[in-house]
Design a protein around this ligand. Structure first.
Ligand code: ADP
Length: 280
């Protein structure tokens, strides 16, 4: 099973106040995914080969999701009289991330990839921002039928907070742990594409002396827990690493790579050794 996360920093211009897709990256990455699947013999979308592997794509919300979620403070405690405004904020954020997902799926499908869009807000819930209800049956069924499910960071109902933001990184962790298909190999390849070469001792966009960490086994490997330089509301790089360390505890390794670099997604999917950080 390949679980591929494409960060909002890659697919959108994440620092922009306006919602903007990075079409150059999106088209290039769609092409790289397609070529990798052909190389791996997972080209059922061309000639109906059946493979013992499946692919799930998860993407972040970037400049589509974080600004409205931040503006309406989705995930913060609130008084009941503020609920009408909060509901509108929830609805607006849901529409924004859905639009991004539609654009992404459109491009992937135009590259011949049989994607199917899966909307977290329509069937996943959280309790205090952690997933407590996520039925994977339909996703498993789509994979069995040769589709590529594409699921994304979204707003969801929360049992404590009423509404919350669910990050693509948490979705990735849940899927990597819980997706087990009897028809497919259950060896998990977990790859996350972001806009830096993996994890550094500090934020490399802020500090010139940040040192690259090829293998990360603990948050203690990081000197400064400064989550991100952009508008991320779900914890940025540190949030990502926490999800991935929990995964590593269960024996599932993951790799963070730079998806801004030409060919990196292709090479990572083809198991070539490229610069990045392995979380183990
Ligand atoms: P994505 O949208 O791709 O999921 P995020 O914005 O959540 O990515 O996280 C990536 C950003 O995290 C980088 O652009 C970088 O500025 C920031 N960052 C903060 N601390 C670190 C660190 N120790 N190592 C690498 N990147 C870091």
């Amino acid at each position: 099973m390949i679980i591929l996360k494409l960060g909002g920093s890659i697919l959108t211009n994440k620092n922009s106040k306006k919602a903007e897709v990075n079409y150059t990256n999106l088209n290039r990455i769609a092409n790289e995914i397609k070529n990798a699947l052909i190389n791996k013999g997972m080209d059922n979308f061309i000639n109906n080969n059946s493979s013992d592997q499946g692919l799930v794509i998860i993407h972040g919300a970037g400049s589509y999701g974080h600004p409205p979620a931040k503006k309406y403070e989705i995930g913060n405690n609130f008084n009941n009289d503020e609920y009408p405004k909060k509901r509108i904020g929830f609805s607006k954020t849901q529409i924004c991330v859905k639009k991004l997902n539609t654009i992404i799926c459109d491009v992937l499908v135009n590259h011949g990839l049989p994607c199917v869009s899966i909307q977290a807000s329509s069937f996943i819930t959280t309790k205090n921002k952690r997933i407590n209800n996520f039925n994977l049956d339909l996703i498993e069924r789509y994979i069995d039928e040769g589709f590529i499910p594409v699921i994304y960071g979204d707003v969801v109902l929360d049992d404590e907070l009423k509404v919350a933001v669910l990050s693509g990184d948490q979705i990735l962790q849940y899927i990597a742990i819980n997706l087990n298909l009897s028809s497919k190999s259950n060896k998990k390849e977990v790859i996350l594409g972001t806009d830096v070469n993996g994890v550094y001792t500090k934020n490399p966009k802020k500090y010139d002396d940040a040192k690259h960490i090829p293998v990360l086994t603990s948050l203690d490997d990081i000197d400064e827990l400064d989550s991100t330089t952009n508008i991320d509301v779900t914890g940025g790089m540190i949030g990502k690493i926490k999800e991935l360390l929990e995964l590593a505890e269960l024996g599932i390794e993951s790799k963070i790579i730079n998806a801004n670099e030409d060919g990196n997604i292709l090479d990572a999917l083809n198991n070539k050794d490229i610069k990045g950080t392995r979380i183990k």
